[in-house]
Design a protein around this ligand. Structure first.
Ligand SMILES: *[C@@H]1O[C@H](CO)[C@@H](O)[C@H](O)[C@H]1NC(C)=O
Ligand SMILES: *[C@@H]1O[C@H](CO)[C@@H](O)[C@H](O)[C@H]1NC(C)=O
Ligand SMILES: *[C@@H]1O[C@H](CO)[C@@H](O)[C@H](O)[C@H]1NC(C)=O
Ligand SMILES: *[C@@H]1O[C@H](CO)[C@@H](O)[C@H](O)[C@H]1NC(C)=O
Ligand SMILES: *[C@@H]1O[C@H](CO)[C@@H](O)[C@H](O)[C@H]1NC(C)=O
Length: 450
């Protein structure tokens, strides 16, 4: 074990706990609030819960949903709004950018503390030329539109990057931006961020860099031998520091070492496939609480010492509608009914969870099993919607529950209608063992589940 890791082990628990509780830095600790789940609580309850009962002072929305923007009104939480990738090319048109701000920002900015517009998600690693070339001009046009609306003082424009935008993260000091991107995309991007005072935002996941069990200690901020950067001789005690220093090295190499770096996403799944290394509730708890403590501690990283970092945990909720391996649906701190997935003592005062839990009534709803097969769910929709007393207009195009247009979401709506119409017996929610009865209201936005 190196001196560095010994010091980290001794100093971190005390230093960091204090800073995490007092919130080291205004708007320093955020959470990503995604909504791809069938049983998530009402946005207003979520907003109240975050503002009142957690240490989070920032929230990132993964789109510009007006229901969510309104929910955070009056909470004071700094809200980062994501401009969906599909909108980015349209923003090359300044008139469109002005309208986008007029429709999606201005109406809410009075009461909701909109702090940033994040233009697209991981566009720089999307391998989509149209998007990539539109990115920086789109950001500039949004900024121009914010200036016209006199909102640019409060609302900054940035974008999020995956670590895939770097060529190497093996030696933090050797990292640089991918060839072909550096001059064409990254330089104008950094110039824009510097000019407008916005941070370079990175989604950093030590979880995805785990090679095998022996790198687990390094990733989880546990005692380990540390890893020396051959270029600088600096020893890294954890993987997140190495990832952030890699970003810093690449940014500095372009001549923009003064542009701030913020962590727009980091997290760890509590469950996963058999073949996924390092998944588990205890590990997720350790990673998330250690990452928050460490980045809020003021220790900094080897290349960026003595500073705190803004960090947003991914994610607030487990989201059962997300595609991909099991881990993708299990990054949440909380389940849909607001119960913690693991002991999140660091994030909340457990006593104050009660008022939120109390909102869960004895009413019952029927929703699909998260793992249910889509073909079977489609059959459930066809069956339920064909029954007397079941009106599926809401999930047809133009209906209030049409979005998200996924089989799971539509099945949840249809299966629940059938369940309610037939008297809420457990067997009315069986659907060949693809349905489950829940006490958490699956309603969202304007889509109300009866
Ligand atoms: C709004 O968020 C910013 C961070 O972007 C924070 O500094 C400010 O205090 C917040 N405003 C209010 C009214 O809470
Ligand atoms: C690139 O992204 C745009 C905007 O999201 C989309 O319309 C287009 O289909 C994408 N192109 C490819 C080749 O995926
Ligand atoms: C620019 O956007 C505006 C508003 O959406 C639209 O009316 C106009 O046709 C667009 N111009 C071009 C050249 O696409
Ligand atoms: C585990 O991964 C680390 C870091 O990538 C590597 O140095 C080490 O050799 C690997 N160990 C085994 C047993 O594969
Ligand atoms: C960081 O803080 C330590 C302890 O206060 C101090 O010794 C060191 O010089 C500082 N480093 C920088 C780069 O400011």
């Amino acid at each position: 074990m190196t001196l560095c890791t010994v010091l980290l082990q001794i100093l971190l628990p005390t230093l960091l706990l204090v800073s995490a509780i007092t919130g080291a830095d205004a708007s320093g600790i955020g959470v990503n609030y995604g909504t791809r789940g069938t049983t998530l609580p009402a946005p207003a309850d979520v907003a109240r819960f975050l503002a009142r009962d957690t240490i989070f002072d920032r929230v990132r929305l993964l789109d510009a949903d007006p229901v969510l923007l309104r929910a955070f009104a009056g909470t004071g939480l700094a809200v980062d709004v994501t401009v969906p990738n599909g909108v980015v090319p349209h923003l090359l048109n300044l008139t469109f950018a002005r309208r986008w701000v007029r429709d999606n920002v201005t109406p809410y900015a009075g009461a909701t503390n909109i702090s940033r517009l994040l233009v697209g998600d991981e566009v720089t690693t999307e391998a989509n030329r149209t998007l990539l070339l539109a990115l920086v001009p789109a950001m500039q046009n949004l900024h121009t539109a914010l200036v016209a609306a006199s909102l640019h003082g409060r609302v900054k424009v940035s974008t999020t990057h995956s670590l895939g935008v770097l060529t190497t993260t093996e030696q933090p000091s050797a990292a640089r931006f991918r060839d072909g991107y550096d001059a064409a995309i990254v330089r104008p991007l950094l110039r824009f961020l510097r000019a407008t005072g916005a941070p370079f935002m990175v989604n950093a996941y030590p979880f995805y860099a785990l090679a095998n069990d022996s790198s687990l200690d390094f990733a989880l901020f546990r005692v380990n031998d540390g890893v020396m950067d051959q270029g600088t001789g600096l020893v890294y005690g954890n993987m997140l520091d190495a990832q952030l220093d890699a970003v810093h090295s690449a940014v500095r190499r372009m001549g923009f070492g003064d542009v701030d770096i913020a962590v727009s996403e980091t997290g760890w799944p509590s469950a996963g496939e058999d073949w996924e290394v390092g998944v588990g509730a205890d590990l997720a708890r350790d990673y998330n609480s250690n990452a928050i403590r460490h980045l809020g501690s003021g220790v900094g990283t080897p290349l960026m010492p003595n500073r705190t970092f803004e960090v947003s945990i991914f994610s607030l909720f487990d989201e059962n509608l997300k595609p991909g391996p099991v881990s993708e649906r299990n990054f949440g701190l909380f389940r849909g009914d607001m119960t913690p997935v693991y002991d999140v003592g660091i994030f909340t005062d457990p006593e104050t969870l009660e008022p939120v839990r109390a909102k869960v009534t004895s009413r019952k709803w029927c929703v699909p099993e998260p793992a249910a097969d889509e073909m079977v769910l489609q059959e459930n929709i066809d069956f339920a919607c064909g029954q007397k007393g079941v009106d599926c207009t809401a999930i047809r195009p133009g209906g209030v529950c049409y979005e998200p247009d996924t089989v799971q979401a539509h099945a949840a709506y249809a299966m629940n209608l059938y369940f309610q119409a037939n008297g809420q017996h457990a067997f009315d929610c069986d659907f060949g063992q693809t349905g489950i009865v829940t006490t958490a209201d699956p309603s969202y936005g304007g889509c109300k589940f009866m």
